[in-house]
Design a protein around this ligand. Structure first.
Ligand code: AMP
Length: 402
């Protein structure tokens, strides 16, 4: 029997999953990955093997009332058909917010769920969806160990000053501070830097996680010392549909002068802004690149994205006191040759020089010369969840055995 871990990443209408084999002393090994989308409406399931070959798919009509609970039950029964001699031994969950209490992954019990629920106001659009499958599994598979892995935890190494807003002290005491996100992605990059260049592990490195969500993180000696996202995942860089950092006065203007409700203002900032809002066309970088030659607003959206990344990198170089390496990752960072070239062109002052041929080829190293190096490194958040889940499980089993 091969023990397997299930890694879950739940959204409002989607459930992404990956299944990892666990063998003693080895890195968890991905065997299948898939997703349910359109949950609560017309749901669709698909699962692929590690060569991206489709293994199975299924669609449900909107009358089927197929939601997260039905998806989890379906997944477990699908696994029982396909698992050969495999047996799920634990489930690892991506949980966006660990607040101040959780600086590392944790084995979930009733008390932990209650604590995680108190963090919902800090991430109202994500945390409830992350917690729902945890509750469903506790109800439907009560003996199954579950581990919560946090997007905020990687940033707990930041100094008090780096995480402080210039607000009255009672705000800090209420938990209003910079937390930072994309920590599972940064954790993965930190774990593989040495394989690309051993000097980066101890160096001053900026990682640009540029996907539909986007942020930058400054690493010193492999740990986070500053990041562009703050209290919420709205802060920092413009993103696919999120605005990134804006003057807080804009929110008062929206509420007071434009008479928007808080919910409508929130919706605008989270879902109608960023690349989509500026271009009026799309949140998808591929669509914007295709249209930038003929559509001035598509070009403006890309130009603003690149300008803000370059400016924020300048700020993080100051926080680090210099720069040894720059890493691009996530959908845009890993795939968009032009974004990487434009960002590096804007960083000539920091000594970065693009290797255009290597950049077109996708790296991994895309810089030349003796200055800071630039890299393309694919991220793997699910593997970090699998690693963390195994390590928490191992520690719990060791406690039981002693
Ligand atoms: P993620 O959230 O990491 O999945 O990244 C999504 C973003 O990556 C979207 O803006 C996509 O347009 C972008 N992306 C994915 N593939 C490519 C590609 N081949 N070229 C440019 N952008 C891409």
């Amino acid at each position: 029997m091969i023990p397997v871990l299930i890694v879950l990443n739940a959204g409002s209408s989607s459930l992404k999953f990956q299944v990892f084999d666990l063998q003693d002393g080895e890195e968890p090994r991905l065997v299948w990955k898939g997703l349910y989308e359109g949950l609560g409406g017309s749901a669709h399931f698909l699962v692929k093997d590690t060569n991206s070959a489709l293994l199975d798919e299924m669609t449900w009509g909107s009358g089927d009332r197929f939601g997260h609970e039905e998806a989890l039950i379906h997944l477990v029964s699908w696994l029982s058909q396909f698992k050969d001699d495999r047996k799920p031994v634990a489930i690892g969950h991506r949980v966006v917010h660990g607040g101040e209490a959780f600086s590392s992954p944790v084995l979930v019990d009733e008390a932990i769920i209650k604590k995680l629920e108190t963090l919902v106001p800090l991430a109202p659009l994500h945390q409830p969806h992350n917690l729902e499958p945890i509750r469903i599994v506790r109800r439907r598979l009560p003996g199954m160990p579950q581990v919560a892995c946090f997007d905020t935890a990687f940033h707990q190494t930041q100094s008090d000053i780096a995480s402080l807003f210039a607000l009255p002290r009672e705000m800090r005491e209420s938990g209003v501070r910079r937390y930072g996100f994309h920590g599972l992605s940064y954790d993965y990059i930190a774990s593989v830097l040495k394989d690309y260049d051993p000097r980066l592990k101890e160096g001053r490195v900026i990682v640009a996680h540029l996907g539909n969500g986007a942020s930058l993180c400054a690493f010193k000696d492999g740990v986070s010392i500053a990041t562009t996202m703050g209290f919420s995942a709205l802060d920092g860089l413009p993103m696919g549909t999120r605005c990134g950092a804006i003057d807080a006065g804009v929110v008062f203007f929206m509420l007071r002068e434009m008479k928007l409700s808080p919910e409508a203002a929130e919706r605008m900032l989270y879902t109608k802004s960023g690349l989509l809002g500026v271009s009026g066309l799309s949140n998808d970088m591929r669509v914007l690149r295709t249209n930038a030659g003929t559509n001035a607003d598509a070009k403006r959206a890309i130009d603003l994205f690149v300008y803000r990344i370059t400016r924020e990198i300048g700020s993080l170089v100051a926080a680090l006191g210099g720069l040894d390496g720059l890493v691009f990752t996530a959908g845009i960072g890993e795939n968009d040759v032009a974004t990487r070239a434009e960002v590096i062109a804007g960083l000539a002052w920091a000594g970065l020089t693009l290797d255009a041929a290597a950049n077109s080829a996708g790296g991994p190293r895309i810089s030349t010369g003796s200055g800071p190096t630039a890299w393309v490194i694919p991220t793997n958040e699910e593997l970090v969840i699998a690693r963390q889940t195994r390590s928490v499980l191992g520690a719990a089993q060791a406690r039981l055995a002693s």
